[in-house]
Every structure is written in C-alpha cells, then in structure tokens.
Design a protein around this ligand. Structure first.
Ligand SMILES: Cc1cc2nc3c(=O)[nH]c(=O)nc-3n(C[C@H](O)[C@H](O)[C@H](O)COP(=O)(O)OP(=O)(O)OC[C@H]3O[C@@H](n4cnc5c(N)ncnc54)[C@H](O)[C@@H]3O)c2cc1C
Length: 448
C-alpha cells in the first residue's frame, strides 16, 4: 500500500486525501492550523459569509422597488463575526469527520522535508519523523504585504483581519482592485461604511473585459463608492483620526481603516524544499501538467504552485493527483475552461474564451449578448442591470465561452460552463426549453 504524505489541509490537500484514501492509499495529512485551510478560515467561506449579509442588506435597500417599505437596520459586527466562525467551524467539523471515516491519519503540526522520502512534523508534543513513498505539498499562500505597509490588524488590515472587527469601519480605504478588492468594496459599502477604492490601473478588475468592469464601476459610483483611478499606493500612515494612504501621484486618501488586497505569496519558505530536491521559483513550486514537481514522487497543488489561485482549482488538482498516483488515466486540467466569479452585487461570472481575448489573439468568433433588462424574471424581481454574453465558433457553432454580469451570475454560469466543457453548440442551447420566467432564459436568448 502506497503511503502518501500531504502537507497542508486546504482544498487541495483534503481533496487529495479523501480521493487517495478511497482508492486504497495510506494517507497521512499534516495540518498546522485547521482542516479546510485558508479557504475555510480566511478566504472563500468567511468572505462569502460576509457577502451573504451584504446582499441581504442590498435587497432590503432595494425593497421599495417591489412595493415593500423596509429599513435594513443595524449590522451587529459581533454577531456577524460569530456567524462567520460558526460556519467555518461547522464546515471544518464535517471535513474532519469525512477524513476520519476514510481512515486518513491527521497530524496537527508543521511539516518540513528532511530528505527526498522523509519529513519531520513539529507537534505540540514533540517532533515526529515520517517516511513516505509519495508526498503532496499543498501549503497555500498568505496575503502579500509590501514593505511600505505595516499591518497592525486594527486600522491597517489584510483580508485576514476583516472578519472580526469590533465596529463597522466608518470609512474603509480598499487598496487593490482585483477580485478580492472589489468584493470587499461591495461588502463594506453594504454594511454601511463609506468606501474609497485605490485603483492602480485605469479600470477596476484590470485583467477583465472593460465592458464588465464598466458595469461594476457604474454600480459602485451609484452606491457612493469613491474610485481613485490610476493611483498606486506607496505608503499607509496611522493618523489621529485613522489612516492616510499616500499615492505615487501625490494624492492622499484619508479614511478610518485601510484594507490591503494586493495578491498573495506562497507559503513554502519553511518547508525546506531543498532538502527534498524540489525546484521552485521565488517559493512557487514548479509542476508539470499532472502536478508532479521536479521530484517524480512528489506533487504540489493549489496556491503554492502559482497556478490559478482558486479553491475550486485546488480541489480538482488534489483529486487528479490521487488518481495519477494510483495509476488511473488522468486528463490534465484545461485552465482555459475554468469558471470564475466575482461575488459583488451584481455578480460577475465567466468561463472560457472572452470576445476581447479572441480579438487580441486574432481569432474569429461570434459574440451575442442580451441585457437582463429584457428578462421577465429580472424585471419583476427588480434585478435589471447586467447582461449575458455568449462567444461561439462561427464555423462549428460550438460555445467557446460566456460572461454573465447580474444577480446570481455565479450560479447561472453553470449552464455555460457545462456547454464549454462538453462542446455544446449554440443551437443546442437555444433549443433547450428552460423555466419561464427565469434568469437563465437570458442564457438561451443570448445564444441566438
Ligand atoms: C479573501 C479571499 C477570498 C477568496 N474567495 C474565493 C472564492 O470565493 N472561491 C474560490 O474558489 N477561491 C477563493 N479564494 C482563493 C482560495 O482561498 C485559494 O485559492 C485556496 O484556499 C487555495 O487552496 P490551497 O489548498 O492551495 O491552500 P489553503 O486553503 O491556503 O490551505 C493550505 C493549508 O496548509 C497549511 N500549511 C501551510 N504550511 C504548512 C506546514 N508547513 N505544515 C502543515 N500545514 C501547513 C495551512 O495552515 C493551510 O491550512 C479566495 C482568496 C482570498 C484571499
């Protein structure tokens, strides 16, 4: 029986552990914090728990459109923080149970390599030496903090400090306009903070379709969010009133709190990768299409590889590693077909090829688009902003990609994700009779 050692119990590590154990491997999982990883403790679950509250507030604020007179009332930050940790704990408890039921040995401690087939784990009771046949490194990442920022956890924050603030900040300055930055803009705006976002490029979500970014920017402006465009933060100072963010063009943005959301760095420095002969680039572990490192018996997955940093991707990598390890046929992940979402309101979700990307690559595509303003369910529920865009191959009609901006886009995109995954043709989408009235009708309409 092969002995697989997994260091890091986030989405990548836990998915690999359960899949490998179910296929007859002996699995030892080393985790220094909680099972479920950063995804459960600081990232996906807590941020989306806050988003759930924010979206509920949004809907109460918009209830007047539906003839309901209501006030959102006050958010109690302590109750919100308690809900976040309760949800994280309950998901972690289910994972602990699942791992236990599959016979995965869980060791609480910090792992590092001492040889090509040996690791040591620092536990509360001492050091444990573990010999393994195969290993998986899935230690994740942590928020990037530039040298000009000193995080104090009170006023100058990373995303990890955002979940148990004693008060709802009066004025939050968000630095960074990628997915995480804009999600926190939406959260704090809805919770009642005044919000300013410092955007280093000329648009928020700098790597996305400008048409998509424009919808979100317009929504932010309507909500009263201040956008400081084309300004790179280069210092954050504590002041008597709160914080001031100094930008490279001399602009100074003042607020009560500042939140840094400028990416992450791999959590691999203390692993002693050299002891196991594992190659890396500034801490990001180099892997092939099957997640195999420079050592053929050692895999790496998730954020520590610098591939697409998503929990969904990390889990899929973990599952495929377990299949590869036991000799099952494995199809490498096609990263161009990964579904992605931005959990703002409206939400943004996309899969596959974007028309802007096709234009950059000189590819001929057919792009069709319908606004949600033409969708009966959207109109009657008061969700009229946004659109659905479908990109297909003009020669074969195969759906190559799609983007949805609107309420529940992260759920609706599933239809397009499946279409892209299994090469559905636009005419097959069009012929699918969906529920009426439903938001999903916009997808089949957009495919016409
Ligand atoms: C604010 C925020 C929100 C996000 N929201 C989403 C989202 O909605 N959807 C989505 O798909 N992605 C989201 N992400 C990204 C997602 O959280 C990561 O891609 C995902 O957590 C990566 O999983 P992982 O398994 O690589 O590592 P992690 O989840 O980081 O887990 C790694 C684990 O390894 C452990 N570890 C590290 N070093 C050692 C060691 N030496 N010994 C033992 N254990 C160790 C850590 O304690 C940790 O538990 C978000 C990210 C952020 C920052």
């Amino acid at each position: 029986m092969k002995h697989l050692l997994i260091v890091g119990g986030g989405p990548a590590g836990t998915a690999a552990a359960t899949t490998a154990a179910a296929r007859g491997c002996r699995v030892t999982l080393v985790e220094k914090s909680i099972v479920g990883g950063a995804a459960h403790l600081w990232d996906c679950i807590p941020s989306k728990t806050m988003t759930a509250t924010a979206v509920r507030i949004d809907s109460i604020r918009n209830a007047a459109k539906l003839g309901l007179v209501a006030e959102p009332g006050q958010v109690d930050p302590r109750q919100l923080a308690a809900r976040i940790s309760k949800i994280s704990e309950s998901i972690t408890a289910s994972w602990n149970q699942l791992l236990g039921s599959q016979g995965v040995e869980l060791i609480r401690g910090t792992g590092r390599f001492v040889g090509t087939n040996t690791a040591e784990v620092e536990t509360e009771t001492g050091t444990r030496r573990i010999d393994f046949d195969n290993a998986l490194i899935s230690t994740g990442s942590f928020p990037r903090v530039p040298p000009w920022a000193e995080i104090d956890g009170e006023r100058i924050l990373t995303t990890r400090d955002a979940y148990d603030l004693p008060v709802i900040p009066e004025h939050m300055v968000v630095i960074g306009s990628g997915v995480t930055g804009v999600e926190f803009v939406h959260i704090f705006n809805s919770l009642g903070s005044k919000v300013t976002i410092v955007v280093s490029r000329q648009q928020i979500l700098p790597h996305r379709d400008p048409e998509v970014a424009a919808v979100l920017e317009a929504d932010f402006i309507e909500r009263g969010v201040k956008l400081v465009i084309g300004a790179r933060a280069e210092a954050i100072n504590r002041t008597d009133e709160g914080v001031e963010v100094v930008c490279d063009d001399g602009r100074i943005v003042r607020g009560s709190h500042a939140l840094l959301a400028i990416g992450s760095i791999p959590l691999t420095a203390s692993l002693d990768l050299e002891a196991a002969g594992i190659e890396h680039d500034h801490g990001y572990i180099a892997v092939d299409e099957f997640q195999v490192t420079s050592q053929p018996h050692i895999y790496a997955a998730g954020d520590c590889t610098g591939q697409m940093p998503l929990s969904s991707v990390a889990s899929m990598q973990g599952k495929k590693i377990a299949q590869h390890l036991v000799g099952l046929p494995v199809r490498p992940i096609d990263y161009s077909k990964v579904t992605q979402a931005v959990f703002t309101e409206p939400e943004i979700a996309s899969v596959g090829l974007e028309d802007i990307q096709a234009a950059q690559e000189g590819r001929k595509v057919r792009t069709t688009k319908v606004p949600f303003a033409a969708n009966a369910r959207g109109v009657l529920q008061g969700y009229q902003g946004g659109f659905v865009k479908v990109v297909s191959d003009p020669a074969t009609g195969v759906v190559l990609g799609g983007t949805i901006v609107g309420h529940r886009a992260s759920e609706l995109i599933g239809i397009l994700a499946l279409a892209v995954q299994v090469d559905v043709r636009a005419e097959e989408l069009i012929e699918t009779i969906l529920v009426h009235p439903s938001l999903s009708e916009s997808i089949t309409d957009a495919a016409e």
